[in-house]
Design a protein around this ligand. Structure first.
Ligand code: ADP
Ligand code: MG
Length: 324
């Protein structure tokens, strides 16, 4: 099958269609129209087999993660997803793989109302690059740089699940309860981008980041860009029952929650005046949210506490970095 058939058979049809796309897949480039009063937010992320997902990962999970990591970046800016472009590097043409992969992309496009507007397809090692674009009303983006001393530190959802799920898949740990095991693996395979939380945080959060590398690692980006410090109460971190019931040692569970990556929850800061407002707004959408600490004036310092006492992790546990 030629590249042209592949695009026509799997990518050109079946996805969500938007009115602001004047020309989608099939020409030399896509043409889109930005609604009046909106700004475009653009992000790109690549996932590579063996680096970001295990060899033999199901195509549904690869598609989901390629889209989710990008929508999560849009969510962290407060943006509503609109357009996606997909660059695929495939070792060979496998029709059942392509069918499952493309159907997952299309189903996400309907769920999140984005349109797949183009891409590229080449032969090479399995790797997927997605560019996602979304809208925010003029100047309402939420950056990493607006946190102020006194602001409360919040996270959505629960932390550590994807990291435990990955360790399970690699047989580094065992979880005897099968429902808990499948929940944890699914949190790794199918992370939920917090799109609705992100748009709800506009004009309320002073800063926001999505947790891709681990809570502490990503908090470092916020405090450095905002030129502030932070206190984190490790005993307050939201940890799922699937972890607490199966990881016996409380410190191990907290270590996953504080340092494991790939949860794609949002970490954000809110001034005291907006605290009740945001807790109520997110609760009304059934989005779990937990207050885990506070921003301080101690620039560059993350003050970790466990039951009020100072706590330190071994430095090797503090997050994943490429090229390290
Ligand atoms: P060109 O060689 O001019 O770049 P291509 O043959 O690569 O064109 O692509 C033809 C059309 O198919 C373009 O609209 C392109 O955006 C789209 N396309 C190519 N690969 C993909 C893909 N993996 N997913 C979605 N659209 C794609
Ligand atoms: Mg091409």
């Amino acid at each position: 099958m030629k590249e042209f058939d592949l695009i026509g058979n799997y990518f050109a049809k079946g996805g969500y269609v938007r009115k602001d796309v004047l020309l989608g897949i099939g020409d030399d480039a896509a043409v889109t129209k930005v609604p009046a009063g909106q700004c475009v937010v653009t992000t790109t992320d690549t996932i590579v087999e063996g680096v970001h997902f295990l060899p033999q990962t199901a195509p549904e999970s690869i598609a989901h993660r390629a889209i989710a990591v990008n929508l999560s970046d849009l969510a962290a800016m407060g943006a509503q997803p609109a357009w996606i472009s997909l660059s695929l590097s495939l070792p060979s043409i496998n029709e059942s793989w392509l069918k499952a992969f493309s159907e997952k992309i299309h189903s996400l496009s309907h769920y999140f109302s984005f349109q797949l507007i183009g891409g590229d397809t080449v032969q090479g090692p399995l790797s997927i690059t997605v560019t996602a674009q979304g809208f925010i009303p003029d100047d309402n983006q939420i950056t990493r740089s607006g946190a102020e001393p006194g602001d409360w530190l919040f996270v959505t959802g629960s932390l550590g699940d994807a990291g435990v799920g990955l360790d399970l898949l690699q047989n580094k740990i065992t979880v005897s309860n099968p429902e808990h095991a499948s929940y944890l693996k699914n949190r790794h395979w199918f992370p939920t981008p917090r799109v609705l939380a992100g748009t709800t945080l506009r004009r309320i959060a002073t800063s926001c980041i999505d947790i891709s590398d681990g809570l502490i690692q990503d908090l470092k980006h916020v405090i450095s860009r905002s030129e502030v410090g932070a206190i984190v109460h490790l005993d307050k971190l939201p940890i799922s029952e699937a972890i607490t019931k199966n990881i016996e040692n409380g410190i191990d569970a907290i270590t996953y929650a504080a340092t494991a990556g790939d949860d794609y929850e949002l970490l954000f800061t809110v001034p005291e005046e907006q605290r009740v407002h945001i807790e109520t707004a997110l609760a009304s959408y059934n989005i779990p949210v937990t207050r885990i600490g506070q921003i301080t004036g101690a620039t560059g310092k993350i003050d970790l506490r466990l039951n009020q006492k100072p706590f330190e992790f071994e430095s090797r546990k503090l997050g994943f970095e490429h090229f390290s």
